[in-house]
Design a protein around this ligand. Sequence first.
Ligand code: ZN
Length: 143
Amino acid sequence: MVKNTMKTMIKCANCGRMVPANPRVKNQKYCNRKACQRVRKNNWKQSKIASDPDYKNDQRDCHKQWIEKHPGYYRNYRKQNPDYCGRNRELQKKRDKKRRLKQSCKRDALNHFSDIKPGTYKLIPFNRKRDTLEGQIVVIPRC
Ligand SMILES: [Zn+2]
């Protein structure tokens, strides 16, 4: 007897509905609703862009060409969708804040090095299996 491994029903990863599985689709995760198919395609595209530099460049070139053929599209879109602009602005503020915080953390970490005085130091490895080394620390002034 051949074991039937095909699922008869699947739970859509987007809308959560239980729908009959399409036997022609391997590892089906989404139903056939337009919104769910759009989510599936966007997810596929995002992962493809992340993993395939050629595809990413092709998409960028294609988008550039489209922008050249449709001048003013984004300007009009922003005018007609002020909610989108407001949301975008808020998200950008959050990203800027996060980046600034990261940079200040890096700066703080670097400031610890400014406390080191130039001179000759013994370098002791953490594992202490090796002998100590002697090394000179020369502080290079910032330009
Ligand atoms: Zn769905």
